[in-house]
Each structure stands twice: as structure tokens, then as C-alpha cells.
Ligand binder design. Structure first.
Ligand SMILES: Nc1nc2c(ncn2[C@@H]2O[C@H](COP(=O)(O)OP(=O)(O)O)[C@@H](O)[C@H]2O)c(=O)[nH]1
Ligand SMILES: [Mg+2]
Length: 228
């Protein structure tokens, strides 16, 4: 519990046995429920997660968005926090992100990886790609969003009934922000976190996912909320 709010952390994992140990080791005590969604890993991800007391849910169909939707369905907290299983997002930031969500009195808080302080954490190519995608989202939705692709969000579970999440893939990350921005019932804010280099192998395919995410943004903007 954090200030009488029940807290759920969700982490999607595809072969993240190294990273997930780092994430769970640093998980704050006040987190009530930790869900690791194992997306068909062939390494020891599930065993490692269980050894830290996490609730492991298996999602056999591949996909980042698919994993999150599965995790959301099992979440019981008042507030949900997400982060990758690769140890690139800081579990130590959870307390100040929660404090910010409550203090700013918002419903959805996006943890921005920018400005990047650790120069090894993100290549120039990824920085440029992220900048283009965030600029595109900001222009299309008339709202400045610094990190449209961040995988760390803190939000009240109650907003899930007001938003429509369709993407099963990497575009899920931008979709949840768009839905939060668009909903008149959801108050949105963004603050910076310290992003660092991932452990284990990268799952993102930068060209394919980057272009697809750009296409998804435009398609979703001009198709009355329907885009996969
Ligand atoms: N790309 C991808 N990531 C997945 C999938 N299922 C779970 N994940 C997890 O989602 C997170 C994001 O992937 P990652 O390679 O870190 O992408 P990046 O942070 O955008 O560079 C990691 O924790 C992955 O293990 C999947 O099907 N595809
Ligand atoms: Mg990652």
C-alpha cells in the first residue's frame, strides 16, 4: 500500500531472466502485487520471477500489447505501474512517480526517458526515432508529449474502463497514451526518469517497429479511434 492505495506492478517479459532479477530485486516493499507476464520465454524468466515472489502469468501469443492486456486483466491494485523486464527503467523511481501522480492529482503519468542522462542507454538512431515518433504524436494530438514510446506508466486502474486498447504489439505503448490523452475523464501528465542500458538481448526491431508505430499513430488519428 502507498498512502492507502493498493499498488500493482506489471512487467512483460520475453526471455529476460537477467533483467527481471534486477527489476524484482529493487522492487519497493510497499508494492502489493507484482505481475510478470511471461510471453513464451524459453529461458528461466518464470522461475526467476517466482523466486522473487512475483505472480507469473503466461501469455502464449507473442506481443508486447498482448502481454499487457493479459496483465491488466489480473491486476487488482488501485494504481498500476508498468515497466520492461530488461532493467532499463528504474524501480526506485516508483515511489516518486506515485507521489507525483497523487500530488499532481492526475490519472495517467508517463515516465519520460528524456533527457537521456546515461549516454550508453540509447543509441543516436533510437533517439532520433523516438524524437520523430513523439513529435508526430504531439502534432497529431495537439498536446506536447516528450516520450511517446516510454514503457513506464503509472495510472489509476479505473481508467481502463474509459479507454479502448486494441494493439497487440509494440504500438500498444503509444496507444495507451493516446487513449489517455483523448479521454476527457483522464488527466495526463509526464515527468522524467533515469533510463539506463538494458540487460539481455533487445526484442525491439527498430526499423520495423519504428515505421509501424508511425503508421499506427497516423492511422489511429484518422480512423475514429480504430487502428491495429
Ligand atoms: N518486442 C517484444 N517485447 C516483448 C514481447 N513480449 C514481452 N516483451 C517485453 O516487453 C519489453 C519491451 O521490449 P524491449 O526489447 O525492451 O523494447 P524497447 O524497450 O522498446 O527497446 C521487454 O521487457 C520484453 O521482454 C514481445 O512479443 N515483443
Ligand atoms: Mg526495454
Amino acid at each position: 500500500m502507498y498512502k492507502s492505495q493498493r499498488i500493482t506492478v506489471i512487467t512483460p517479459c520475453l526471455n529476460e531472466e537477467q533483467g527481471i532479477a534486477g527489476v524484482l530485486r529493487r522492487m519497493p516493499e510497499f508494492v502489493d502485487q507484482v505481475i510478470v507476464v511471461d510471453n513464451g520465454s524459453t529461458d528461466r524468466t518464470s522461475d526467476v520471477a517466482r523466486s522473487f515472489g512475483a505472480e507469473v502469468i503466461r501469455e502464449p501469443v507473442r506481443g508486447y500489447g498482448r502481454s499487457y492486456k493479459r496483465g491488466f486483466a489480473s491486476a487488482t491494485g488501485d494504481i498500476i505501474i508498468t515497466l520492461d523486464g530488461d532493467h532499463s527503467y528504474p524501480p526506485d523511481a516508483i515511489s516518486y512517480l506515485l507521489e507525483a501522480l497523487l500530488h499532481l492529482d492526475v490519472d495517467f503519468l508517463n515516465a519520460s526517458r528524456f533527457p537521456v542522462r546515461d549516454s550508453n542507454a540509447m543509441s543516436m538512431k533510437h533517439r532520433l526515432g523516438n524524437w520523430i515518433l513523439s513529435l508526430a504524436m504531439s502534432v497529431l494530438y495537439f498536446r506536447w508529449v516528450r516520450d511517446s514510446q516510454s514503457g513506464m506508466w503509472v495510472f489509476r486502474r479505473s481508467i481502463l474502463k474509459d479507454i479502448c486498447l486494441e494493439s497487440d504489439g509494440m504500438a500498444f505503448s503509444e496507444e495507451i497514451k493516446i487513449e489517455a490523452l483523448k479521454s476527457p475523464r483522464v488527466r495526463f501528465a509526464e515527468i522524467s526518469i533515469l533510463y539506463s542500458s538494458r540487460m539481455g538481448e533487445i526484442k525491439l526491431n527498430p526499423w520495423r517497429d519504428g515505421f509501424y508505430n508511425l503508421y499506427f499513430l497516423v492511422k489511429k488519428r484518422f480512423s475514429a479511434g480504430r487502428a491495429r
